[in-house]
Design a protein around this ligand. Structure first.
Ligand SMILES: C[S@@+](CC[C@H](N)C(=O)[O-])C[C@H]1O[C@@H](n2cnc3c(N)ncnc32)[C@H](O)[C@@H]1O
Length: 363
């Protein structure tokens, strides 16, 4: 029997919740101690060194120890072996729930039901009727609804594009997204109550914003890094062949810089971009590639040779960022101002370096 608990799962969960919030000062420890993550993740995938995936089932050796640890668990793969759903790292979930600052009586909208685990934590804290959760994938929603029921929770879960919100149950006093967005969807603001708090991964950071007036919000990024799977949109292939056919220019920015120092600012400056790297037989980095949905593609070799094709010169954006930041910038020094017509991320000061996020409703 998986639920109610075995003595082992109960003991592991108790330890897990205590480790997540040792001082018991976030108000979420009871929820993590009560909600059985193993019911929501009866199997997950682990990736071997050769990048092949293996399924780990309830009952397999190490299963319970992994579920009750601070690890993100991949729960769904597409036909190419790319993860499409997961149960996020519990410490990151806790940081986001804490930032949401939900209190008794708050009504929450969640984009990204996934396994249903976060919806269960929200239901535990706020009550079933105050939680609305959407996932774009009908199969996930069906499974999540069953598991929620099994664990004794009945939030409103349904299928749809969470970027459109769910106006039927608005207004919401708290809005949380658990898939990476490029900007705050207009629907989040339209369906938010005055003073509502919005917590959403934007690029490789998590934004916490407060609604200040209809259509307006201000906020800043949490210090925590975040790597969420992107809100699903059609993928575009990089134009590497076309890039190979253009003459190179020189760069002084090391390609490796893009993958470490620049990861977060680049996700803000080039929303929704993809990247890849090439390595030699010894595993040493030889080049990186960047591309965006409009077909723009750049490659940069460790020799300094850069090739760029398409409507945007992506490596020029990297050069600008490298000139702006000589060290890894702290995420919580980035702030956001949202108005009905634009969303601006600014660094340190309103007149400092700034980037426009793509139109809210269509992110
Ligand atoms: C990291 S998982 C969510 C984890 C989930 N909150 C949990 O506790 O298991 C991200 C989820 O976002 C969903 N998603 C992606 N794009 C979406 C969209 N446009 N609207 C709603 N859900 C979306 C994916 O299907 C995936 O299940």
């Amino acid at each position: 029997m998986t639920w109610p608990d075995t003595r082992r799962s109960a003991a592991l969960r108790k330890k897990f919740a205590a480790a997540l919030d040792p001082e018991h000062d976030t108000g979420w420890a009871d929820a993590f101690a009560a909600v059985p993550r193993h019911v929501f993740v009866p199997r997950f995938y682990t990736q071997a060194d050769d990048r092949s995936w293996r399924k780990v089932y309830l009952g397999d050796p190490g299963y319970l120890e992994t579920v009750y640890s601070d690890q993100a668990l991949t729960t769904q793969l597409d036909d190419h072996g790319i993860p499409t759903s997961s149960s996020s790292e519990p410490a990151l979930m806790l940081a986001m729930l804490n930032a949401l600052d939900a209190r008794d009586g708050d009504t929450v909208f969640e984009l990204g039901t996934g396994t249903g685990y976060n919806a269960a934590l929200l239901s535990h804290r706020l009550g079933d009727n105050n939680v609305t959760s959407l996932d774009v994938d009908a199969e996930l929603v069906k499974a999540a609804a069953q598991r929620l029921e099994q664990a004794g929770y009945r939030p409103f879960v349904t299928t749809g594009d969470g970027a459109r919100g769910w106006p039927q149950r608005a207004p919401y006093t708290r809005v949380i997204a658990t898939a990476a967005l490029r900007a705050v969807p207009a629907a989040f603001l339209d369906q938010a109550a005055p003073g509502a708090v919005i917590v959403a991964p934007i690029g490789y950071g998590v934004l916490r914003a407060t609604v200040t007036a209809p259509g307006h919000a201000t906020g800043r990024f949490l210090p925590t890094p975040a790597h969420f799977m992107p809100r699903r949109t059609p993928a575009t292939a990089p134009a590497f062949d076309a890039a190979r056919s253009v003459g190179p220019t020189d760069t002084k920015v090391a390609p490796g810089h893009v993958l470490d120092h620049m990861r977060f600012p680049l996700s803000i400056a080039l929303p929704g971009h993809s990247s890849c790297s090439w390595r030699d037989d010894d595993g040493e980095l030889t080049a990186v590639g960047l591309w965006t949905e409009d077909g723009s593609t750049a490659t940069a070799h460790v020799s300094g040779a850069v090739r760029q094709v398409g409507p945007r010169r992506l490596w020029d954006v990297v050069e600008d960022l490298a000139a702006t930041f000589d060290a890894v910038p702290r995420r919580d020094e980035f702030r956001v101002t949202i108005t009905p017509s634009r969303q601006t991320v600014w660094y340190k000061a309103p007149n400092g370096p700034a980037w426009e996020l793509p139109g809210g409703g269509t992110s």
